[in-house]
Design a protein around this ligand. Structure first.
Ligand SMILES: Nc1ncnc2c1ncn2[C@@H]1O[C@H](COP(=O)(O)OP(=O)(O)O)[C@@H](O)[C@H]1O
Ligand SMILES: [Mg+2]
Length: 489
């Protein structure tokens, strides 16, 4: 037996070119090669023949019924591993029969090869293929001296050669590049969630889906503030809601919501919010909540090092007794844009803006994350002192380049990707800067308000009063109790 195996091994390892023509015919080498090529078919035939010869017709029925049944059972018991396995099989099949077969010709046609003396040439190596929701991803090892930019330049030619609408080139580490063959726009369809997983790690918070169909995450440690803008109905509140649904399930997170629209958009969070204020006209009530958070920030900044052993909140363990506080101010221009306000209201607006500005500038090391949403991201509605200190920006659909720049900064003028291009029907799609500082389109998931309310009610016992976390220091006489009329704390 061992000798037979050795012989077969030797035959298979014979270089093909040495045994060809008459030699191949005489030695039967052509037959070995043919069988090797059709190995899947040969193996299947052997199984069928074996089953029939051993068990007769019952064997054949077993062969036809058992594999699909096993696959269905596997899928029902553990869909993730089943999906992974099927995708791997499919990816291998496409690698061998679709892409490898054409790879050399495409590389030469797109001028990504390197000619060698004597008429031969080298091409980058197609290592493997994986399947993503956007389309197939080809993992390529570059030739020495090549860079991902060489592929980016040829992206149009590659798309035509592979017969797909678009090819995206992603640098995947030294000497490696990924070609994403975009077959469908992942962001075209809404992503509706029936439930949201709890956020357990604030350094990796899933917030939206990128164009490759993968989740994008943000590190909320060490972020002081975020500004989001977009025209009414573009998906700002819905985006923020889906994010909140994951965060409120973490016991070490408390939420403060101030809704400048004055409606019911955020009423779902009432059972879980440390403070919730939907006053768009009673600015005193809004100021009371903002003062309370500001008081907590000052308290932490003054006592944190002495009491907890560290001046930076994010260097200390996250603990429900010392929660991270997310402060959401929706339609913030209601409180910061003084146009059309009487003098008393202007005074209050001025104080609210000053407090928000302080939270944005100093909240980071106190574990306070301020999130401002607005349909009017211009400097009269959102002071630059606030906007420029917000390190994370999200632009849902806007209609002018100025509005896009107001949210995302000058980078948007140099980028092909702009929130002005987002169609009106693409609610929930936004442009954000990724970790490398480049702009990209993402889609926020959608959680309807009943689902959100069910989540908030489920985790209502995690809610705490802000006053539970040490005594907030307040400035002379400005009420910080949160018990002001209109504040549902
Ligand atoms: N991510 C999303 N996916 C699907 N639909 C969305 C999404 N975001 C918003 N919408 C739709 O758009 C409507 C308006 O969204 P909303 O967040 O209230 O807008 P904004 O706060 O910008 O005024 C929602 O009621 C919903 O029907
Ligand atoms: Mg809104």
């Amino acid at each position: 037996m061992a000798n037979v195996l050795r012989l077969v091994k030797m035959l298979l390892s014979l270089p093909r070119r040495r045994v060809n023509g008459v030699a191949s015919l005489l030695t039967g080498w052509w037959l070995v090669r043919l069988l090797w090529r059709l190995k899947a078919l040969v193996a299947a035939t052997l199984v069928v023949v074996f089953a029939y010869s051993t068990w007769g017709w019952v064997g054949l029925i077993l062969v036809a019924v058992v594999p699909p049944l096993a696959s269905l059972t596997w899928r029902a018991v553990h869909p993730q591993s089943h999906g992974w396995f099927v995708n791997r099989l499919l990816a291998r099949h496409r690698l061998r029969h679709l892409y490898r077969a054409r790879w050399d010709a495409v590389m030469v046609a797109c001028n990504l090869h390197r000619p060698l003396p004597g008429g031969d040439h080298l091409t980058p190596r197609l290592v493997t293929v994986s399947l993503a929701s956007v389309g197939d991803v080809l993992h390529v090892r570059l030739l020495d001296g090549q860079a991902p930019a060489d592929f980016t330049r040829q992206a149009d030619e590659l798309a035509h050669a592979f017969g797909v609408p678009d090819v995206r080139v992603v640098a995947a580490g030294p000497g490696r590049v990924e070609l994403v063959l975009v077959e469908r726009d992942v962001l075209a369809e809404p992503v509706i969630l029936d439930d949201v997983p709890a956020v357990t790690d604030l350094r990796r918070v899933r917030f939206a889906i990128g164009e490759d169909g993968r989740w994008r995450t943000r590190d909320y440690a060490n972020i002081a503030a975020e500004v989001g803008g977009g025209v009414p109905g573009s998906g700002k509140t819905a985006g923020e809601t889906s994010l909140a649904c994951g965060l409120i399930q973490n016991p070490a997170v408390q939420y403060v919501v101030i809704d400048g629209k004055g409606g019911e958009d955020w009423s779902w969070i009432t059972p879980r919010a440390a403070a919730y204020c939907a006053e768009d006209e009673n600015l005193e009530a809004v100021l009371a909540v903002v003062e309370q958070v500001h008081g907590l920030m000052r308290h932490r900044l003054k006592t944190q090092k002495r009491e907890r052993g560290g001046a930076n909140f994010w260097n200390l363990p996250l603990d429900p007794a010392h929660p991270a506080v997310f402060v959401v101010v929706d339609e913030v221009q209601t409180f910061t844009d003084p146009k059309g306000m009487d003098n008393d209201t202007k005074q209050l607006a001025f104080q609210i803006t000053a407090r928000l500005s302080a939270l944005v500038k100093k909240g980071r090391s106190a574990g306070i994350i301020t999130r401002l949403l607005t349909q009017k991201p211009t400097s009269d509605a959102l002071p630059t002192a606030i906007r420029d200190n917000a390190s994370v920006r999200t632009a849902w659909r806007v209609v002018t380049d100025d509005a896009a720049e107001a949210i995302l900064g000058p980078v948007v003028r140099r980028s092909d990707i702009t929130p002005v291009d987002i169609g009106e029907e693409m609610r929930g799609v936004a442009v954000v800067a990724n970790a490398a500082g480049r702009l990209e389109r993402v889609r926020f998931p959608y959680v309807d308000e009943h689902t959100a309310e069910a989540i908030a009610t489920r985790v209502a016992d995690l809610r705490r009063e802000l006053t539970d976390f040490g005594t907030p220091t307040t400035d002379a006489g400005e009420g910080a109790s949160g018990e002001t009329a209109g504040v549902k704390a």
